[in-house]
Design a binder for this molecule. Structure first.
Ligand code: NAP
Length: 277
């Protein structure tokens, strides 16, 4: 039995599916009483987690779902003799707090990771790069108006990762003891700029999409007008600015752990071709 927190989210859903594909049983934590879960998965309300730890062979700590409750979650796991914890954080988790844009939206990846590595239970840390899924949030709205995606920093390249690769690495961390004690930064297979990514999405959805760079300040103003937190937007722009000047990180850990190449952005785009309209 494996207990998954954050089970209805971007990583949680493919994680639950990948665990089921391994033939193991899953309990899925969700705040939503009516959360739709795959057949055979036991839904668990957050207040019932203590009881749900019984018989669990591995706990997945999702940083957004666990957040301030991480130490309590670990205590409940220890009380029931759970032998292993896998925590997801992020590849930028060692950066200064002001250099982690998601902190301005409330994420606490550093603290959640530290609670797990500083605790008594054997652990694995998985630190993903930016999710390929972010491109949907960033660009889908613009595609309703035409084939041009406008944004800042055309030269900023990063190796975004497919959520199913994140999920499958977490599965290996939960099921295999060989990864115990490791902190694993995982990325997609190659760094791509928005100028390269947008046409790849175009190929997947059959449209001649292209990226057009706009000044960072103009892009930032538009994002703030659209409701994003100003401190988040400023931190994001600063990150692009900083990271455009240094080589992008590509780790190839997904290949080593899964024994096959990490999924490409083209694969991700094809898998999500229906999500753009
Ligand atoms: N986006 C990226 O590029 C990226 C890259 C690396 C790391 N990360 C980190 O990964 C995490 C996000 O992962 P994700 O996209 O899988 O998360 P998500 O889909 O937004 O959330 C996962 C689940 O957690 C529950 N949840 C959400 N907000 C919550 C809250 N405030 N309190 C309690 N439960 C909450 C929800 O489940 P229920 O409603 O069913 O309870 C949700 O389905 C963040 O910590 C982020 O910093 C993100």
């Amino acid at each position: 039995m494996y207990l998954v927190t954050g089970a209805t989210g971007i990583i949680g859903r493919p994680l639950v599916e990948a665990l089921l594909a391994e033939g193991v049983e899953v309990r899925a934590v969700s705040r939503a009483p009516g959360a739709v879960l795959p057949a055979g998965v036991e839904g668990v309300a957050p207040e019932a987690i203590g009881v749900a730890m019984k018989g669990v062979r591995g706990l997945f700590v999702h940083p957004r779902a666990a957040k301030d409750g991480t130490e309590e979650l670990l205590r409940l796991a220890a009380d029931q003799g759970v032998p292993k914890v896998v925590v997801m954080s992020a590849i930028n988790v060692d950066d200064a707090p002001e250099h982690q844009p998601s902190r301005f939206n409330g994420d606490r990846n550093t603290e959640v990771e530290r609670a797990v590595t500083g605790g008594d239970l054997p652990w694995v840390v998985v630190r993903p790069s930016s999710f390929a899924m972010n491109t949907l949030a960033m660009w889908r709205g613009q595609l309703a108006f035409g084939d041009i995606v406008r944004g800042p920093y055309a030269g900023f390249a990063e190796a975004v990762i497919h959520e199913r690769d994140v999920a499958e690495v977490i599965v290996r961390a939960l099921l295999d003891d060989t990864l115990l004690g490791r902190t694993i930064p995982i990325t997609g297979p190659e760094a791509l700029t928005p100028q390269e990514m947008v046409p790849i999405i175009g190929t997947a959805i059959g449209r001649p999409l292209r990226f057009q760079e706009v000044p960072a300040d103009m892009a930032a103003q538009a994002m703030i007008r659209n409701g994003l937190d100003e401190r988040f937007v400023r931190a994001l722009m600063a990150r692009y600015e900083r990271e455009t000047k240094r080589p992008p990180t590509v780790t190839h850990e997904v290949d080593k752990i899964l024994g096959r190449r990490a999924r490409t952005f083209a694969t991700w785009a094809a898998d999500h071709r229906g999500a753009w309209s």
